[in-house]
Design a protein around this ligand. Structure first.
Ligand code: PMP
Length: 392
């Protein structure tokens, strides 16, 4: 996928921040925006909007393997995570999560447990980015119930959690289980019913839908109190008040249907491109390191540390490659990635790490181009640093 801001061709390697909108989703959004209708209105245009929202709910449910009635539309995964944890957490019971979660989970967990900090349990993380689930037995031996919230795939490294083990431990302890599945949905097949979680968050723009729309899956029968963040008109069965974002929902449905088509083969194609990129970069720059457990990752993510070479300088030296330093949510803030630090990287190494994330529109030619650009940029930055260090 090539973007051309101001006429300059840019190869896009930031799918984990946001994916380019899929043509099917774009067409659906444009068409939906040309129609009038509040999905709650009783007249014909309103009923038409409601009908199309229902169809989109079905498309998303088909991607997730759940029933449409288990989906609550939200503004994205941030809201879905807030809503999920707010509903699932009860003061006095453990809220178990990990230090590598997205801030939308971590900050919500900290806020909810501000007055009962002992309720917040952060599981340890191994150097390969995998969350260690062994301490769950000990946590639940002391106190049963509560909620476990673990991301299905990490946004910075792509590392996939051992969710099934977490689900089993939570079930045995009578705890609820939530997963932030924002980075995995539409990238690898997920059957939420089979996975047996109670709550799952997602955001459309990570799989080629529009920004500003997402969903929370709530398992039918999950013992959850109603604790909406937004109250008002009672939409979404009282879980989320506010006029439905009809065009966003329809665009998300179209993206879900497009992403579901050939998902397994597409994941293999993307993994092969990612592996090629890693192979080209690691052979061109032998001291660089790939972060995260390599055999348990999303197909489209390569997190690479270039020791001694600041990532911001490398990115500035290759303006035709849109990749990111740590996560987009943290960019702009001069703090190193909390994910990489939790995995034991030094601050300097965390600051020397670039995340390349690719997806459905990435081409082989872009992989070759990016590998050359990275080699050139790292060599150039190293030369500048060596000159600055040289005695005068
Ligand atoms: N969770 C994860 C794992 C994410 O990567 C993101 C987006 N960076 C979010 C939650 C938040 O999604 P949104 O900004 O669309 O609400």
């Amino acid at each position: 996928m090539t973007n051309e801001p101001n006429g300059a061709a840019v190869s896009y390697f930031d799918y984990n921040a946001t994916a380019p909108i899929r043509p099917e989703a774009l067409a659906a959004v444009v068409e939906a925006m040309q129609a009038v209708g509040n999905a709650s209105s009783m007249h014909q245009p309103g009923r038409q909007a409601a009908y199309r929202v229902d169809a989109a709910r079905r498309q998303l449910a088909d991607l997730l393997g759940c029933s449409p009635g288990e989906i609550i539309f939200t503004s994205g995964a941030t809201e879905a995570n807030n809503l999920a944890l707010r509903a699932a957490f009860t003061a006095g019971s453990p809220l178990v999560t990990s230090p590598v979660e997205h801030p939308a989970v971590l900050e919500t967990a900290r806020t909810l447990t501000a007055e009962s900090p002992k309720d917040l349990v952060l599981l340890p993380v191994a150097a390969d980015g995998l969350v260690d689930l062994d301490p769950l037995d000990q946590v639940f031996a002391a106190r049963r119930g509560g909620v476990v919230s673990l991301m299905a795939a990490n946004n910075e490294t792509g590392v996939l959690a051992n969710l099934r083990i977490a689900v089993k431990a939570a079930r045995e302890a009578g705890a609820l289980i939530h997963t932030d599945a924002t980075q995995i949905i539409g990238r690898l097949p997920v059957d939420v019913t089979d996975l047996d979680v109670d709550l799952l968050s997602l955001s459309a723009h990570k799989f080629g839908g529009p920004q500003g729309i997402g969903a929370l899956y709530v398992r039918r029968g999950a013992p959850l109190p109603h604790r909406p963040l937004l109250v008002g008109g009672g939409q979404e069965r009282g879980w989320r008040a506010g006029t439905l974002n009809v065009a966003g929902i329809i665009g998300m449905g179209a993206a879900a249907e497009a992403a579901a088509r050939g998902l397994g083969e597409e994941a293999e194609r993307i993994a092969a491109m990612r592996d090629r990129l890693e192979q080209l970069v690691t052979s061109a720059i032998p001291d660089c390191r790939v972060n995260g457990r390599r055999d348990q990752r999303l197909p489209g993510v390569a997190s690479v540390t270039f020791p001694g070479v600041p990532a911001d300088a490398v990115l500035a030296a290759m303006p035709d490659i849109a990749a990111s330093e740590g996560s987009a949510c943290a960019s702009g803030a001069p703090t190193p990635s909390h994910v990489l630090l939790a995995m034991g990287l030094s601050r300097a190494d965390a600051d020397s790490t670039i995340r390349f994330s690719l997806g459905y529109a990435t081409t082989d030619a872009e992989i070759e181009h990016a590998a050359h650009a990275v080699k050139r940029a790292v060599t150039q930055v190293r030369a500048v640093l060596a000159e600055a260090d040289a005695p005068r």
